[in-house]
Design a protein around this ligand. Structure first.
Ligand code: ADP
Ligand code: ZN
Length: 532
């Protein structure tokens, strides 16, 4: 293709077909392309593999002037430039790893107008010389890829991205399209503020992976639950991934799966480099294996036929869970995801956040991510809808492909136990305003005279012993569901003390019913089961 056939006047749909060989746009691509074609700026939130590149490549090629793409990843830049050149597009890259003679050649090509799409690293772009050069020629657009690198909220902040804010001032008439797979609301607002996009639209989409059937269950017998899942989800050919919360657990899990007759491997960051490479290779080669791994396993996996992903421990955020289950079913065929969780996971995850060296603000963010994850695990309504809402995407009321939709949990009117628990929380409040943690509240409900109960004379309370008929495990279930619906807050900075919220008031006053999962009260605790 000659560059002469690009530029002003080219038709996006026609160009999509002619240059990229695609029959049509996907999802919100068309809307975004038209927005930029008309000179608009904006922020695109799409998951990895969602098709972000075309959102800027097509309008860059259809508009007059040079398209400038900022990217922090040199390898990715080179890949895209190579692919574009093969498609006949005059693309080039400028970054610090480029040998000086090649950089000179690119600059020469730029000067004589022989480049249509320029990939550039942020530090190169923000050099005075580069900006002055760009200011003197027609520009089709600026695309800012991996835009979350501009935000300090996440873990990906790159100081060299900070300078990109000046694009808005220096090039007010050139469309700016920022793109990221990160959809965390704080990061999104930060990106918009930093890049001068607060008045521009946000395009979200493509987060749903409808071919992945999702399910979650409280951990009861981990091995039996995983066995049943593997039996239902595996088709004997593709691969499966079991994510574990610790390195030791990946090894134990691989071991018992092998004893079960599966070809199971393990992977974690502590393994010898050679062992890691071997595991990676066997997985990549297409063997029908099960990989028991920590989250260290995942980067660069693009095996299309992963049939299932199981989590034996609670992921730390909906984003992590989404990314990890997203490794299943890339071929578009049916795939499954299972999440097992326990009250202990939640407590441990909270503890880890508190112990981490993060700033108080980061800890707060981590806590809210964890709470969102807990509410997905505890969902009594469509799980996918709750997950998608975490990314700001509105799914249908019922997806029809999650365990809640397929087999709605039996609910019962749990208003009375909910009121009992909330009132125990309220009545044990200290004169100082402090609250107790769940363990103590449950002791009070169950009428146990512990040292702490005696110390605070909580055996004198009206609520003492009013919940003796309900097991400790069941009380924890009630509490989790109250946390999930926002009636209770867990003040992590104060050793997990339970604090009633505004949403607790109508429940306590009997103005609001609380529906709980039926199994909450009927499921015997493992200890109780052991006794019988
Ligand atoms: P992202 O940058 O969001 O991770 P990409 O832009 O790399 O995603 O696109 C992911 C894959 O989807 C690529 O292989 C791309 O060719 C393909 N793709 C994107 N849009 C379309 C489309 N409209 N039609 C067909 N394939 C598409
Ligand atoms: Zn659903």
């Amino acid at each position: 293709e000659s560059p002469a056939r690009l530029g002003a006047g080219a038709d996006p749909a026609e160009l999509l077909h002619r240059v990229f060989g695609h029959p049509g746009f996907r999802g919100r691509q068309e809307e975004i392309v038209h927005h930029v074609m008309a000179g608009g700026s904006g922020l695109v939130l799409m998951p990895t593999g969602g098709g972000k590149s075309l959102c800027f490549q097509v309008p860059a090629l259809c508009r007059e002037g040079l398209g400038v793409v900022v990217s922090p990843l040199i390898a990715l830049m080179e890949d895209q430039v190579t692919a574009l050149r093969q498609q006949g597009v005059a693309a080039a890259a400028l970054h610090s790893d480029l040998p000086e003679d090649q950089a000179r050649e690119v600059k020469r090509d730029l000067a004589r107008g022989a480049v249509k799409l320029l990939y550039i690293s942020p530090e190169r772009l923000t050099l005075d010389g580069t900006l002055d050069f760009l200011a003197r020629r027609p520009l089709a657009l600026f695309a800012i890829d991996e835009a979350h690198c501009v935000s300090q909220w996440g873990h990906h902040f790159r100081p060299e991205y900070r300078g990109l804010g000046l694009l808005a001032e220096r090039f007010p008439d050139v469309p700016r399209l920022a793109l990221t797979a990160t959809a965390d609301p704080r990061t999104v607002e930060d990106i918009r503020a930093q890049l001068g996009l607060t008045e521009s639209p946000v395009f979200r989409g493509g987060f749903d992976r409808p071919n992945i059937q999702i399910a979650a269950a409280p951990r009861e017998s981990e091995r039996a639950q995983l066995r049943a899942f593997v039996k239902a989800a595996g088709d004997g050919s593709g691969a499966g991934i079991v994510y574990c919360g610790s390195r030791a657990k990946t090894e134990q899990t691989a071991e018992w799966l092998r004893a079960d007759g599966h070809d199971a491997l393990c992977f974690h960051a502590g393994m010898e480099p050679q062992a890691k490479r071997d595991a990676h290779r066997r997985f990549a080669r297409g063997d029908a294996v099960i990989m028991a791994a920590t989250i260290a396993f995942g980067m660069g996996i693009d095996r299309p036929d992963v049939r299932w992903v199981a989590h034996l421990d609670l992921p730390r955020s909906p984003e992590s869970w989404y990314q990890e289950i997203g490794r299943a079913g890339r071929d578009g065929l049916p795939a499954r995801a299972l999440l097992l969780y326990g009250a202990g996971d939640i407590a441990l995850a909270r503890h880890r956040i508190e112990e981490s060296p993060a700033t108080p603000e980061q800890k707060r963010i981590e806590r809210s991510r964890l709470e969102a994850m807990v509410s997905i695990a505890e969902a009594a309504t469509c799980r996918r809808r709750i997950l998608l809402r975490c990314f700001g995407e509105d799914g249908p009321e019922r997806c029809g492909a999650c365990d809640v939709c397929l087999d709605p949990p039996r609910l019962f009117d749990g208003t009375i136990p909910a009121q009992k628990l909330l009132s125990a929380v309220v009545r044990t409040r200290l004169p100082s305003g402090g609250h107790f943690g769940l363990g103590h509240v449950v002791d009070v409900l169950r009428g146990r005279v512990t040292a702490k109960v005696a110390q605070f004379a909580h055996d004198q309370l009206k609520t003492f012993g009013i919940g003796a008929d309900i097991s400790e495990l069941a009380w924890r279930g009630v509490a989790r569901q109250l946390v999930a619906r926002g009636a209770l807050d867990v003040a992590v900075e104060n050793h997990g003390e339970l604090v009633p919220t505004e949403a607790a008031r109508p429940i306590l006053k009997g103005e609001e019913k609380v529906m709980l999962r039926a199994e909450t009260l009927t499921r015997p605790s493992p200890r109780e089961r052991g006794r019988s």
